[in-house]
Design a binder for this molecule. Structure first.
Ligand SMILES: Nc1nc2c(c(=O)[nH]1)N[C@H]1C(S)=C(S)[C@@H](COP(=O)(O)O)O[C@H]1N2
Ligand SMILES: [Mo]
Length: 242
């Protein structure tokens, strides 16, 4: 079955990472109930996504985000040090600070967030700079047809066609859930691709590169569909419905 946290090395449904995650919860003993629930959601997410019975999804976790990172821990980036590079097939490369981004026009969207593995968070408020505005600032060369995103986690990548990237509901998000994007949610700056499954919304955004062709991203190299419109069958090699 499709899983976001699929680990080729993990054969058993409850892998080492989950065990370590649950151990980590012990350290959360003194923090608030919300944080504890978030920690529990994060620890259970790998179980949930490999749960063939669907029973785990009946646990009272609420409609909360699950913490996802393909690289384990990611070093926090200080807001003052943050830079977003815009490069590739452009007339003017860019290097935006958080203050630069905050000074640009902000767009707000309220949408459901949908992970391809089945969880959904209703009515999430997002705001940030339209990706289209950053692309226009850079001035794409005629040969550019796609945009590739990189993360300062050093591993995760995503991409969109240039046409998709110019949609008004694709944001370089500075705020989500009524506050600055937290580190765990990919702050200080993450991508938010409203009409597509969550895996397009790359966290810890550090680079935007205009490219000649669409280059499949991290999960797409591992079977997810490059076209991730919510509601699409998301055909995977191992998905019998595709
Ligand atoms: N850098 C990075 N971005 C990522 C991911 C990831 O593992 N690493 N997971 C993706 C997936 S599959 C989803 S559903 C969302 C989850 O966002 P959250 O961790 O804020 O809940 O982030 C997306 N962006
Ligand atoms: Mo996801």
């Amino acid at each position: 079955m499709p899983t976001d946290q699929r680990d080729p090395a993990a054969g058993a449904p409850v892998g080492r990472r989950v065990f370590l995650g649950l151990l980590g919860l012990g350290a959360l003993g003194t923090v608030t109930g919300t944080a504890l629930q978030d920690g529990l959601s994060a620890a259970l997410a790998p179980i949930q996504t490999r749960d063939p019975t669907g029973l785990v999804s009946l646990l009272p976790l609420g409609n909360t985000f699950r913490y996802y990172s393909v690289t384990g821990g990611v070093d926090e980036q200080d807001a003052g040090e943050y830079r977003l590079a815009v490069s590739g097939l452009v007339q003017r490369t860019g290097r935006h600070t958080l203050a630069d981004l905050a000074a640009m026009p902000q767009t707000e969207l309220v949408r459901d967030f949908q992970c391809v593995t089945g969880w959904r968070v209703p009515d999430v408020r997002w705001s940030g700079v339209r990706l289209a505005d950053l692309i226009d600032l850079a001035g794409p060369d005629p040969a550019a047809t796609a945009v590739r995103f990189s993360s300062f986690d050093g591993t995760y990548t995503e991409s969109l066609t240039l046409e998709q990237a110019r949609r008004p509901d694709v944001l370089v998000a500075l705020r989500m859930l009524d506050g600055p994007v937290t580190h765990d949610h990919g702050g200080p700056v993450r991508l938010y691709v409203a009409p597509m499954y969550g895996y397009k919304s790359l966290k810890w955004l550090s680079g935007i590169e205009l490219t000649r062709d669409v280059e499949p991203g991290y999960w797409e190299d591992r079977g997810y569909s490059v076209d991730a419109w919510v509601g699409s069958s998301n055909g995977r090699a191992d998905d019998p419905t595709s």
